[in-house]
Design a protein around this ligand. Structure first.
Ligand code: HEC
Length: 126
């Protein structure tokens, strides 16, 4: 689902650079918060797809508004005050006893980052 995996499968760094600069209008490159290595996101498509795929929508609804469910009250992600990093931490570790499951070992770090970005940029009420 992401550029890096696709290009890794093609087995060529040169192709990766080529794809980044030419073929993919939605692709964007951004530094991580720590700035240690570049991350490649395709936030719009990847974020909503992952939000559906991992069942976030069952508790947070498609637009992130949340609501009552078996686990508790799904947070309204549109108005979250958490930073992107904190969002990632909640997604990875969950909130034990509060109905937010841990996705550790289920969602890889990169996709967690895509989800956090999706919440901050696409679900957020503007
Ligand atoms: C079984 C229901 C359920 C599922 C599935 C679920 N969540 Fe949650 N989530 C919750 C509940 C309930 C809370 C509120 C926890 C609390 O009260 O602190 C929450 C809180 C959060 C928060 C914290 C928001 C804040 O501002 O404090 C984030 C971020 C979040 N969820 C993201 C996700 C993502 C992304 C997914 C999918 C990968 C997901 N959740 C799947 C129930 C769920």
């Amino acid at each position: 689902m992401n550029i890096r995996n696709t290009t890794r499968n093609l087995g060529s760094v040169a192709l990766c650079a080529l794809a980044l600069w030419t073929g993919l209008p939605g692709g964007a490159s951004a530094e991580t918060e720590t700035g240690d290595r570049p991350e490649i996101y395709v936030p719009r498509a990847g974020g909503s797809a992952a939000f559906n795929k991992y069942g976030c929508i069952t508790c947070h609804m498609g637009d992130g508004r949340g609501g009552q469910n078996e686990g508790g009250y799904g947070a309204d992600l549109r108005v979250t005050k958490l930073t992107e990093k904190e969002l990632g931490d909640v997604i990875t570790n969950g909130r034990a006893g509060k109905g937010m499951p841990s996705f550790k070992g289920i969602i890889d770090d990169e996709t967690v980052g895509v989800l956090a970005k999706y919440i901050k940029e696409d679900l957020r009420l503007k």
